[in-house]
Design a protein around this ligand. Structure first.
Ligand SMILES: Nc1ncnc2c1ncn2[C@@H]1O[C@H](COP(=O)(O)OP(=O)(O)OP(=O)(O)O)[C@@H](O)[C@H]1O
Length: 988
């Protein structure tokens, strides 16, 4: 009888032997063997193992399949049965003559995925008892998510089933995951059962490579390039912590982040992703932060969980026109291994969790991020931007951590969905400015003078929150201290200062005359042309040929505005870049203002929202100036990237400043005044048109609602341009057509600089507005900048803006003088009891003030008592919100006694203040007497039955109150039910 006939004949017995125990183990072991020997293919296996199918059905299906596959398969099946069921003969089965030595059939050959299959039976038994370790290895390598682990560990599975499930999952994750498992098993075998599952033993050559990489990273990052032209400054000597915060979507974590937190778990939004984004405006210190991170790693002072860090600059990657594999990218652009390249790269592939890539300035990459072109193979060559995008999204080298920096405007939704988390770099805090200036100036007297002059010029102080501006101001301290009344007010003023400073530095005379610009006009125009053409084509690194085309001479280079470009790879010849991209924008602006070649349409195009596109450029006479390489590149790239638009906007801001009346005397000997005047008029027209367009887009209000404008992108930029012009006539004109009741600028990244510009224009509004600036970075300096427009604000919303008592002191001092000012909201700031005396003063002074909301600050009973002092004398306040503070029963009592006879109070919120029953009873007195109160919020206040009884009694005398909110207090369910029945206005 053939084995095939045997399978058919003994079908019933086989089924009984496999299934009668009710356990799937025997069947599954046979399936393992058949898979390992290739007698079943994966799809057939899955076909049988459909979840939820009865064991007998599965076994029958297998028997059918085996039979149809023929003699060989049947032989193997019976041998497998013999192996898993040694007692088979005992139950009347006999399969003599079948292949009996199953293990000898296949050995460790092929890809890791294949090995997992051919060794499946032994792997299933080896994995039992160490499944947690194996899962951990895959989580660390980034191949498994916690959901995958949960799925494997499901308690309904036996240990062997967990092992099989584990192997099935690994198969679905691909080759790299399979490799991790084999490595894990191998290590386990080598070191016996006591294996430390976290230990990774890198090959010897890797240590040499690591040493080489870290010394090159260290050399690249120990100096700051902005000091390159004129002086050397080590990063250690000047580094100042910037304000780094998680994006507002990460609600769980607050407060500043340190270097380790960037790659740590805090704020993780998407566990599957490996890319962390650090975003911030131009000059906010993103590159410097990465530089610091690299340096600390190279010194062994931080991020030591990473064995290798590979730093990339997107700006430099733009110059890589070859197709590369990841291996070539790493080794050619970061550090070349002297030996054993393959072994080192294999280690990198095998241990992705020990590797960190950083990509600085993703926004400067010529191509915008896209996840359309997929690439998974690390040895496959592709254009560099494709490699980069696949690394970022994790389809290539999954598990390698990436830190990417970019300006926020350049981050679209496609990139966002691949982000593990996002952090914002907000520049220096006020104490950061102090620290930076003191570090910059070794002489404490000079530092003190600079800081003093900043305190007297708060517009400039506001600008110094941006590190690059703080650097300029510190660099130009002599000019700053010597300028008296004419102290800089605008960004253009600051950049003109550095321009003069650098020329002065190179000048043979000790001081430059009034014609300093004229003396250096050629340099300005050469660098200006280089800058302008670069901005228009997203080019930030220049070759000798580019310099030559624009006539940049050795003398021009020596002025210090250009520095030699750093490059980790040694393949490129000498290249140059501007000290900072904002300086490139400034030179670009100077060129537009001063060049004879400027076309009439250049300025209008600069102010168009999308900036000057390639097609526009081509139509101007500039196309003739563009070197052919630029033109070709532009034809290839087509669409301008977000950063191009941003840089053009910065350029436009400088053009506005440079063409303002106050600077026109500078150009007298450099450009005919008629030309300058014409260009200035063009700018004014563009700004006015831009504002009109913006206002026209405001929707008409729904009936009964106020007309509200939510600032669109571009609004803040236009306002900043108007501020640069420093002509109130222009601001007035722009605002004369704005007719809204409410101006909403939430989440618009409004910092002190933007506040200065806002106040400059809004003060000219005809009618009062509500100004909503929630969730920005206004801070105390920003608050001070807003004072000039306070008189036009009837309400001011400043939720979540890092404001302290000092900011409030200044705000209220001005607010009490403003007739329109009636409402203020300051949730989530840093206010303490010290601010309440100012509110008390406001309440006493302004008998028409309507609303104070101070939720989620640090106000205690003392603060409440101060407020109560003011409330006693106030007859207008309708809304008082103090939720999330700590006023306790004493604070509640003080407020209650002050508000007992209030005829205006409509709404009072003391949610989460620990007022307790004593506090509730005191507040009941307000209810007893009030004829105005409608809502009282006492949720989460540790109130017991006693407190609620007081409230119920008080309500008996009051028909005006609509609801008292009492959720989450110390009440039993029965008490809640009973009291809710007695008084329907209590909300539990
Ligand atoms: N944390 C810091 N400590 C000291 N100086 C800093 C710091 N951050 C920035 N600076 C100064 O500001 C300059 C500009 O900063 P940086 O180039 O890091 O900004 P960025 O955000 O990367 O700008 P961009 O987006 O334009 O590339 C630095 O060269 C340095 O002089």
């Amino acid at each position: 009888m053939s084995v095939q006939e045997l399978v058919l004949k003994q079908r019933t017995e086989i089924l009984h032997a496999l299934c009668s125990s009710g356990s799937a183990e025997l069947l599954e072991r046979i399936l393992d063997i058949l898979l390992a020997h290739g007698e079943l293919i994966w799809e057939e296996y899955q076909d049988i193992q459909v979840p939820g199918r009865a064991l007998y059905t599965k076994a029958r299906q297998l028997l059918d399949l085996v039979y149809t596959k023929g003699v060989d398969t049947c032989g193997l099946f019976l041998a497998a049965l013999n192996q898993v069921l040694p007692e088979a003969q005992g139950v009347g089965l006999s399969f003599s003559g079948c292949c009996s030595n199953l293990e000898e059939k296949k050995k460790y050959q092929g890809t890791s995925t294949q090995i997992l299959l051919t060794q499946r039976p032994s792997l299933v038994s080896q994995l039992q008892g160490c499944i947690d370790g194996a899962l951990k290895a895959l989580v660390i390598s980034g191949h498994f998510s916690s959901a995958d682990c949960d799925d494997v560990r499901l308690p309904i599975h036996t240990p062997s089933q967990q092992a099989r499930r584990f192997l099935d999952h690994v198969r679905s994750k691909g080759e790299l995951a399979a490799k991790v498992v084999l490595q894990f098993i191998q290590q386990k075998q080598e070191s016996g059962s006591q294996l430390n599952e976290d230990t990774v033993t890198p090959p010897k050559e890797l240590f040499k490579y690591q040493k080489k990489l870290s010394s090159s990273v260290s050399a690249q990052s120990c100096f700051l390039s902005t000091y390159g032209g004129t002086s050397h400054m080590s990063l250690d000597d000047i580094y100042t912590e910037g304000q780094l915060e998680l994006s507002h979507e990460c609600v769980d974590v607050h407060g500043p982040l340190g270097v380790e937190d960037i790659v740590g778990t805090a704020g993780t939004m998407n566990k599957e992703a490996d890319t962390v984004l650090v975003s911030g405006d131009a000059g906010s210190g993103k590159s410097t932060l990465l530089q610091r991170l690299h340096l600390l790693w190279a010194r062994g002072a931080a991020l030591q969980d990473f064995l290798l860090i590979f730093p990339f600059s997107c700006r430099r990657l733009n110059s890589e026109h070859r197709e590369l594999s990841v291996q070539e990218l790493l080794f050619q652009h970061c550090c070349w291994p002297d030996r054993e390249q393959e072994e080192i790269f294999q280690f990198i592939l095998d241990h992705p969790h020990l590797i960190l890539f950083t990509f600085d300035g993703l926004d400067e990459l010529k191509q915008s991020f896209s996840d359309e072109h997929r690439l998974c193979c690390p040895t496959q060559r592709a254009p560099v931007h494709i490699l980069l995008f696949n690394l970022i999204q994790g389809s290539l080298m999954k598990g390698v951590r990436k830190v990417v920096t970019s300006r926020p405007e350049a981050v679209g939704p496609v990139l966002k969905k691949h982000l593990r988390k996002e952090a914002f770099l907000k520049g220096f805090s006020p104490s950061g400015i102090d620290y930076f200036v003191r570090k910059h100036h070794r002489d404490p007297t000079v530092a003190a003078k600079v800081l003093e002059s900043l305190q007297t010029n708060t517009a400039l102080l506001g600008l110094c929150h941006s590190p690059v501006l703080c650097w300029i101001v510190s660099q130009c301290y002599k000019e700053l201290l010597g300028c008296g009344e004419g102290s800089p007010q605008t960004i253009t003023d600051v950049y003109l200062m550095i321009l003069q400073h650098f020329f002065q530095h190179q000048s043979s005379q000790s001081t430059l005359g009034i014609g300093w610009l004229q003396e250096n006009l050629e340099t300005v125009l050469h660098l200006g042309q280089l800058a302008f053409e670069g901005i228009a084509t997203s080019c930030y690194i220049f070759t000798d040929r580019d310099l030559e085309t624009c006539g940049v001479t050795e003398k021009d280079i020596c002025m210090g505005f250009l520095i030699q470009s750093k490059d980790m790879s040694s393949t490129h010849s000498q290249r140059y870049e501007f000290l900072h991209v904002t300086l490139q924008c400034f030179f670009s602006g100077l060129y537009i203002v001063l060049s004879n070649d400027t076309d009439r349409s250049t300025i209008p195009k600069l102010f168009e929202p999308k900036g000057m596109r390639e097609a526009d450029l081509r139509s101007t006479c500039f196309s003739a100036c563009l070197p052919s390489t630029y033109q070709q590149e532009q034809v290839l790239e087509g669409e301008s990237t977000a950063v191009e638009t941003l840089n053009l906007q910065i350029t436009a801001t400088f053009v506005s400043g440079l063409l303002s009346q106050r600077h026109q005397s500078l150009w007298i000997h450099c450009c005919p005044s008629a030309v300058i005047e014409k260009r200035a008029k063009q700018v004014v027209r563009c700004l006015s048109k831009g504002m009109q367009k913006h206002f026209k887009s405001i929707p008409q209000p729904v009936e009964g609602e106020k007309k509200s404008m939510h600032a669109m992108p571009g609004f803040v930029w236009l306002i900043k341009c108007i501020y640069e012009m420093q002509e109130s006539r222009i601001a007035k004109d722009a605002m004369s057509k704005l007719e809204v009741d409410h101006l909403k600028l939430t989440y618009c990244k409004i910092g002190p600089v933007e506040c200065t510009a806002l106040a400059y224009v809004l003060q000219h509004l005809k009618n009062p507005v509500g100004l909503q600036l929630d969730n920005n970075s206004v801070g105390d300096v920003g608050v001070e900048q807003l004072l000039p427009c306070m008189h036009i604000c009837n309400s001011l919303y400043l939720r979540n803006n890092n404001i302290t008592d000092e900011g409030i002191r200044k705000l209220i001092a001005k607010g009490v003088q403003c007739d329109n000012f009636q409402k203020i909201a300051l949730f989530n700031n840093q206010l303490t009891d010290a601010c309440t005396q100012h509110f008390s003063h406001l309440l006493k002074t302004k008998q028409d003030f309507l609303s104070i909301r101070l939720g989620n600050n640090n106000i205690t009973a003392e603060g409440a008592k101060q407020l109560a002092e003011g409330l006693k004398f106030n007859h207008s306040l309708q809304f008082l919100g103090l939720w999330g503070n700590e006023i306790g029963d004493a604070g509640a009592e003080a407020l209650a006694s002050a508000l007992e006879s209030s005829k205006s109070l409509v709404w009072l919120s003391l949610v989460g203040n620990g007022v307790g029953s004593a506090g509730a009873c005191a507040l009941a007195n307000i209810i007893k007497n009030s004829t105005s109160l409608e809502e009282l919020w006492l949720t989460e206040n540790c109130i017991t039955r006693t407190g609620v009884e007081c409230l119920i009694q008080a309500l008996k005398h009051n028909t005006h109150v609509k609801s008292i909110w009492l959720r989450n207090n110390y009440l039993s369910l029965e008490e809640v039910e009973e009291m809710a029945q007695r008084e329907s206005r209590l909300v539990f």
